[in-house]
Write a protein that binds this ligand. Sequence first.
Ligand code: RFL
Ligand code: PHB
Length: 391
Amino acid sequence: MRQRTRVAIVGAGPAGMLLAHLLDAHGIESVIVETRSQAYVLARIRAGILEHSTVELLRSVGLGDRLDAEGLPHRGIYLQTPQERHHLDFVDLVGRQVWVYGQTEVQKDLVAARTRAGQAVYYGVADVELDDLTTDRPTVRFTDADGVQRTLEADAVAGCDGSFGPSRAAIPAAVTSVWERTYPYSWLGVLASVPPSTDELIYAWHPDGFAMHSMRSAQVSRLYLQVPNGTRVDEWSHDRIWEALSTRLGHTGWELAAGPITEAAVLPMRSFVQSPMRHGRLFLAGDAAHIVPPTGAKGLNLAVADVALLARALAALLVDGDAGPADAYSETALRRVWRCTHFSWWMTSMLHTSGDPFDAQLQMSQLRWLFSSTAGATGLAENYAGLPLDL
Ligand code: RFL
Ligand code: PHB
């Protein structure tokens, strides 16, 4: 069965859903295809921190109500070593801040808004294939949840299908460059039904390995431990997790409250960039084009920045007949991608123990510099709170 649409969007994660929402604001209709079920996409626990410009964008397109009511605005973060816990105040340093508001919540708001708008989404599809990308009638073929074979015929295709989707590989290898770094450690991430023991996030360097205290609400904590690659969740009993968190996050006069762990998973860490992010009428956005380790809290924010840029480029191309912004999309997006790739690599390298004593001395020196130098702290704050979207 053939169906005509303006933009075929592959992937209903935050990048794909938000793109559909932004295109609609320009009067551009789209159809989304997604391999998973809606329930699965809504339940995935992932990122937790929204940058200043992400929040401004969500508010500007009518997605800010619940975020403003339930999101937790944070002025900055704590960075610590076993000797010292230091607060970096982003508002004082760069006049910008961040919000704790889980990706799960962003996804819920997007699904609610797109459902109200009558967005066409095919969930539970299979055999997704992208074709005719270098023509002005690119297609997306797939089998829908009822087993019906369908073809979307579009003016443009947006590859928002994350790190395992087919869009990335639809760009011929001959014109593709890839940069990649895998890290020699992973994160054990847990969600716990216990009020956070801190008002703002704690990033802790510790000789046993990095630890982080984040949160999702006044009742729910999100915590992470550096673990060796290949670690299985069942190697870590809940008691062992709380003990390690309490040691690594330990600080004089402070105690970590433990509680029931409701979810635990091991996350590998990777940096990955693929260029270009455009081939003919295919445009990549979000994790489909790049992955960052979570230490800088950039993955979701970068996906939002991509689609903000892409929506404008597609509106220029499809509404005004101006190909300029679409032609500049990849290069413009990649400038921000590389800034965030560097920042995430830097935060990761500074905070995770490698076992090398030379590395440890450099890490300590860098942390002391951030604790004592306004110039150093400002650089971290500018990157963490995020650069404006129109750069
Ligand atoms: P997503 O969210 O992966 O969405 C892509 C969607 O595409 C679907 N898909 C397909 N659809 C159609 N056809 C196909 N053939 C398809 N193949 C896949 C997928 O089912 C999915 O629904 O990418 P998007 O939208 O670009 O958003 C990016 C963010 O989700 C991502 O950057 C962050 O969540 C990264 N990330 C984290 N970032 C942080 O800043 N902090 C974190 O704590 C954090 N934790 C995580 C994460 C990513 C994880 N992944 C990808 C394994 C934890 C995990 C487990
Ligand atoms: C989270 O809350 O899941 C989170 C926060 C900050 C990060 C990574 C993850 O850097």
